[in-house]
Design a protein around this ligand. Structure first.
Ligand SMILES: [Zn+2]
Length: 251
């Protein structure tokens, strides 16, 4: 039974995973359960988003947007890697999910089919934790290193708690029947990796790697050492040095 985590438990598992957290005023009791008459849970997956804007914390945590009341996610993840807790109950983030895509996350299948409306739909807000990561979503604005690292940690923390695999980690564009494109864009880097483009598959691989370690683990960030010079390269360098010395002496 995957009951939603209590606010205290959510705070604890994130802290244990090394996530820097902040608590939005009133987050512990702000949700959409009473308003919709639909309880959050049982939960079966995590859904990741980009905010498509700046300074979106109060919008996500409380205010919502026209036609979509807040909170709009459980966690808002800022550019500096700080995760702000926005709700522990039902939130307006997922919309309708295609049933075929949802089933693949529910079953933790190794592949996830493109969302097909013809397969039917489920209300994603019943079953998914939502993370809104601050990014313009214009394919230019980068996810910072600190942000991506925290993002992997948040997803791993929830998977670890429920004993889910990385295949319970989804992205909005993988489930949406409304043509959502999030998340997308460049990432500054992660671990020893330099800049790369966000993909759900790489993200799941990074969550998978984290789950193989204890919650306190941090990825190695030292770049691999430069390859050692070959004997030929060392000889050439030595010859150059001798020639330079000879020139100096003959002057
Ligand atoms: Zn989204």
């Amino acid at each position: 039974m995957a009951a939603p985590l209590s606010p205290d438990r959510l705070v604890k598992i994130l802290r244990d995973e090394g996530v820097k957290i902040s608590e939005f005023p009133g987050w512990r009791t702000r949700e959409r359960d009473d308003e919709t008459g639909k309880a959050f849970g049982p939960v079966h997956m995590i859904l990741n988003h980009h905010t498509a804007g700046r300074n979106s914390l109060s919008i996500v945590a409380r205010d919502g947007v026209s036609g979509l009341p807040g909170p709009l996610a459980h966690i808002h993840l800022a550019k500096d890697g700080v995760a702000t807790l926005c709700s522990a109950g039902r939130t307006n983030h997922a919309g309708l999910m295609a049933k075929n895509a949802y089933s693949s996350f529910l079953d933790e299948a190794s592949t996830h089919p493109a969302p097909s409306k013809a397969s039917g739909t489920v209300d994603g807000n019943d079953v998914a934790y939502g993370i809104e990561t601050e990014n313009l979503g214009d394919n230019k604005d980068p996810y910072t290193r600190a942000q991506y690292d925290a993002w992997v940690r948040i997803n791993a923390a929830i998977c670890r708690e429920y004993e889910w695999s990385q295949e319970s980690v989804g992205c909005h564009k993988e489930t949406s029947v409304e043509g959502k494109v999030d998340p997308r864009g460049p990432v500054e880097g992660y671990g020893t990796r330099g800049q790369f483009t966000f993909t759900p598959k790489q993200f799941r691989t990074d969550v998978e790697q984290r789950l193989k370690h204890p919650a306190s683990w941090s990825p190695d960030t030292t770049p691999p050492p430069a390859p050692k010079p070959t004997v030929e390269e060392r000889l050439t360098a030595l010859e150059k040095r001798v020639t330079a010395l000879e020139k100096k002496e003959s002057r």
